[in-house]
Ligand binder design. Structure first.
Ligand code: HEM
Ligand code: HEM
Length: 279
């Protein structure tokens, strides 16, 4: 009954781990596939290994998609990256199928059978085109994923454009971020909100929100999921900004200091996230 959602491993997200397999294996075996299609002399040495490599790539792409969805539930949907990521499994699976058919036909091809030779040529070329496509979509997904994760952190100006410092001092060692706790932060000087099961410290963003101060004020101390989803859905920039203001998942135990540091862009980083426990 229980399905494994590839969410966490040793308390850390599976997604960055499996992404490394995808971004190494897909280009490597896609390139090998192109080589063995156009260089028959390489087939005995690399034919089978390429097919196995493409099978592993397909499974990795599937796990990358599942783990990406699980991570998006935790940190927010990274818009463009999700769209790019969704292409990878489709193209890599198609490449694997085309390569398997090509390999099967090619290894059984006899010199006399003209139709079979044409089929071998056709499926070979198709697999080469798909191999190129797989490299492109993998690059796009990997690049957009890395951008979603890192761009705002290494480029504070881009990350927090317009964000003004806001200080929400919280005393005490640790707190549990419940809806009741969120309700205590309901003013524009101290504004927390819940979006899709996670709690965000929006204090530093109230006065710089491009859609106006009032729209953020309205969700301070409350669950703003519907308002946020209705206005922004999976739009990349709002979701990226939001992920930089994360305190933790609803129900998580976090340090009060970490929660207040979410609103400390004056130091230049502005992207610290509160520590997060399992719910
Ligand atoms: C539907 C599919 C996918 C979803 C929903 C998804 C979701 C995510 C999320 C939520 C993040 C974290 C972003 C952040 O912290 O702001 C991420 C990071 C990343 N993703 Fe994906 N992803 C998907 C597919 C893929 C695929 C197929 C690849 C591989 C080509 C990939 C490569 C990456 C990379 C390289 C990172 C950065 C990891 C790091 O540096 O820590 N993703 N993705
Ligand atoms: C909760 C955190 C929120 C964040 C981080 C956020 C972020 C953003 C960002 C980055 C933009 C500029 C988008 C762009 O230039 O592409 C924006 C625009 C806007 N936002 Fe938000 N937003 C939030 C909540 C809301 C809510 C709750 C509402 C209304 C119910 C709202 C209404 C708007 C409107 C009307 C715009 C202007 C749209 C436009 O110019 O086309 N936002 N927001």
């Amino acid at each position: 009954m229980q399905t494994y959602d590839f969410d966490l491993i040793s308390g850390l997200p599976v997604h960055p781990l499996i992404d490394h397999v995808v971004v190494v294996f897909v280009p490597l075996f896609a390139l090998l596939q192109i080589l063995i299609v156009f260089r028959p002399s390489l087939r005995p040495s690399f034919g089978l290994v390429t097919l196995v490599g493409l099978a592993v790539s397909t499974v990795s792409a599937l796990i990358a998609e599942k783990s990406g969805e699980a991570l998006a539930d935790r940190v927010g949907n990274p818009g463009e990256h999700t769209e790019a990521g969704e292409q990878v499994l489709k193209v890599v699976a198609a490449l694997f199928i085309a390569s398997a058919i090509w390999w099967y036909l090619e290894s059984r091809s006899s010199a006399e059978s003209k139709i079979r030779k044409q089929l071998v040529s056709l499926t070979g070329k198709l697999s080469a085109v798909l191999a190129l496509g797989a490299m492109v979509v993998t690059f796009q997904a990997g690049h957009s994923g890395a951008e979603a994760t890192w761009l705002n952190r290494v480029n504070a100006d881009a990350a927090m454009a317009g964000v003004t410092p806001g200080a929400t001092a919280i005393s005490g060692e640790s707190i549990v971020v419940t809806a009741q706790e969120v309700a205590l932060h309901s003013t524009s000087q101290d504004c927390w909100s819940i979006v899709n099961g996670s709690v965000y410290n929006l204090t530093s963003y109230v006065n710089s929100h491009p859609g106006g101060t009032a729209n953020i004020q309205n969700i301070c101390g409350k669950d703003g999921s519907i308002a946020f989803k209705t206005q922004h859905g999976t739009q990349g920039t709002p979701n990226n900004v939001l992920s930089n203001l994360l305190i933790g998942k609803l129900g998580a135990t976090i340090s009060g200091t970490a929660a207040s540091e979410v609103t400390a862009p004056a130091t230049g980083t502005g992207s610290e996230e509160g520590e997060e426990d399992d719910d």
